[in-house]
Ligand binder design. Structure first.
Ligand code: ZN
Length: 176
């Protein structure tokens, strides 16, 4: 495993875009529906992508980004975000006797990883189209909770969930 033997153009496009328009996660530019995202992600999942050992997320580059001198987050900024996400988790779980999202048990997942209607719909669609196991469910929610925390978001949104499902579809071996 680990070698790219398939049409690399398709592979790269699939790896770069979490949704059909490619803007999911880049502000409000994405107008794809939950169904479109689920359908698209199911298309890029499967045995083909099981062969990729490493997936690099490449956010869509906008005109402003091309003009700005600093491209992307600095390591200091990333570190700040990670530290803040850990603080959020410590605060949230201080009465539970745990420290991180990864430690959530099934009951705690139900309590702290609450999904809205659109998010439930996406997860349901992903489960049937990606043929996910039942045990994958809690893990996906926990990682989505972390994605939301890194984003400083109280809610797990479609964007956070899609981000996690994208990793899941691209890297079954390591994620779950
Ligand atoms: Zn989109």
């Amino acid at each position: 495993s680990g070698t790219l033997t398939f049409p690399s153009d398709f592979m790269l496009v699939a790896a770069m875009n979490p949704c059909p328009c490619g803007y999911l996660g880049s502000g409000d530019k994405c107008h794809c529906t939950v169904n479109e995202i689920a359908k698209y992600q199911s298309k890029i999942s499967g045995p083909l992508l099981d062969r990729i050992d490493l997936m690099v997320e490449m956010p869509a580059v906008g005109y402003e980004d091309l003009q700005s001198t600093a491209s992307g987050e600095s390591s200091t900024e990333i570190k700040k975000r990670v530290v803040k996400a850990h603080e959020i988790q410590l605060q949230r779980y201080k009465k539970e006797g745990i420290f991180f999202n990864a430690q959530l048990n099934a009951a705690q997942v139900e309590k702290y990883c609450v999904l809205g209607e659109a998010e439930q719909k996406l997860l349901k669609a992903a489960f049937s189209s990606m043929d996910l196991s039942a045990r994958a469910y809690h893990k996906i929610l926990k990682v989505a909770r972390t994605a939301a925390d890194l984003d400083g978001s109280e809610e797990i949104t479609v964007r956070h969930l899609a981000e996690v499902l994208q990793y899941r579809s691209l890297d079954r071996k390591y994620m779950i």
